[in-house]
Ligand binder design. Structure first.
Ligand SMILES: Cc1cc2nc3c(=O)[nH]c(=O)nc-3n(C[C@H](O)[C@H](O)[C@H](O)COP(=O)(O)O)c2cc1C
Length: 307
């Protein structure tokens, strides 16, 4: 049974995963934390917490609020910064067989390019995931990922700065997900992951004020799955680079929906908060499905449910 997928077929280094299951950035730390609930090296790839040039403390508390079928978060990219990551985390990753992909975020195009250049050639770093859902401060507070032009600009700058495989992660907070996907693919993305969280908020009625310290947050979990699936379906049909599906995947059956919609691989995020073994259980469920259905190669399933 073959579960391996190549996510950067046009890149010299490639991004070959032993299986299509990854964690989603920000829900799994650096993969190096003590007390992991399973061997992280069973995953196809590990994606680390969003990383910025300088360490960030993140947004004021509270940062998490439960919703009927998911979570609102406003963590605000709390992270140790790229230098500490290179010093403390990369050496551990370099001893692993599983590829580690570093999720990067910047406030300007230059910051993204700087991060990409800094991580190029670092042992233990096998690829980049470019989070373009960050505020574009230079252009006045919009998200880079909201429009094709700025999304392409960030992608092209990162592409120029590194030889590493580049995965660009799209935000659902746009009216033109296909336009943004086509723009980043043209600008040099090796593959595209989607979706990040949907913008949301909650109000504390007793205290008559927003529940989250940062007022707004991002919604994740099962509530967003149909939205994510719809976007993955649309994007996978439109682009010729591999697509990685993410958003509310709780089980192998959910993962299969994304794969059958056209995703070559998937990421498990919020599910890990209620079940820390969720990514592994998704992988084992995929294997079980393939055995039961006598499917020799996972690639037979990619796009198989598009109708
Ligand atoms: C607490 C939390 C932190 C997150 N941090 C990041 C991050 O640093 N970078 C990023 O690209 N996405 C981040 N995300 C988004 C997830 O990677 C994922 O795209 C989103 O949650 C949807 O998937 P899910 O429903 O499986 O969680 C975060 C999500 C959560 C819930």
């Amino acid at each position: 049974m073959n579960l391996s997928v190549q996510l950067a077929p046009n890149n010299e280094k490639g991004m070959l995963l032993a299986n299509p299951v990854m964690n989603a950035s920000g829900t799994f730390g650096y993969g190096t934390e003590d007390g992991a609930f399973f061997d992280v090296q069973r995953l196809g790839a590990v994606i680390c917490k969003g990383t910025t040039l300088k360490p960030r403390e993140g947004n004021p508390q509270p940062r998490l609020a439960e919703t009927p079928a998911g979570v609102l978060n406003s963590v605000g990219l709390q992270n140790i910064g790229v230098e500490a990551l290179i010093r403390e985390k990369a050496p551990v990753w370099a001893s692993w067989t599983v590829p580690v992909i570093v999720n990067i975020a910047g406030e300007t195009v230059e910051e993204y390019a700087h991060l990409a250049a800094r991580l190029d050639g670092v042992a233990g770093v096998s690829g980049l995931e470019v989070n373009i859902s960050c505020p574009n401060v230079a252009a006045g507070g919009a998200e880079f990922g909201g429009k094709p032009g700025p999304a392409a600009e960030v992608t092209a700058a990162v592409r120029k700065a590194t030889t590493l495989p580049v995965m660009v992660k799209l935000t659902p907070n746009t009216g033109d997900i296909v336009g943004v996907a086509l723009a980043v693919a043209t600008a040099g993305a090796d593959c595209i992951s989607l979706i990040n969280t949907l913008k949301g908020m909650a109000i504390d009625v007793a205290r008559r004020r927003p529940l989250l310290g940062n007022v707004f947050g991002g919604l994740s979990g099962p509530a967003i799955r149909p939205v994510a699936l719809h976007m993955v379906y649309q994007v996978a049909r439109a682009v010729s680079v591999p697509v990685i599906g993410c958003g509310g995947i709780m089980s192998a059956s959910d993962a299969l929906e994304f794969i059958m919609a056209g995703a070559s691989a998937i990421q498990v995020g919020t599910a890990s908060f209620t079940n820390p073994r969720a990514p592994l259980e998704v992988l084992e469920g995929l294997e079980e499905f393939m055995r039961a259905e006598r499917i020799a190669d996972i690639r037979e399933l990619i796009g198989a449910g598009r109708g």
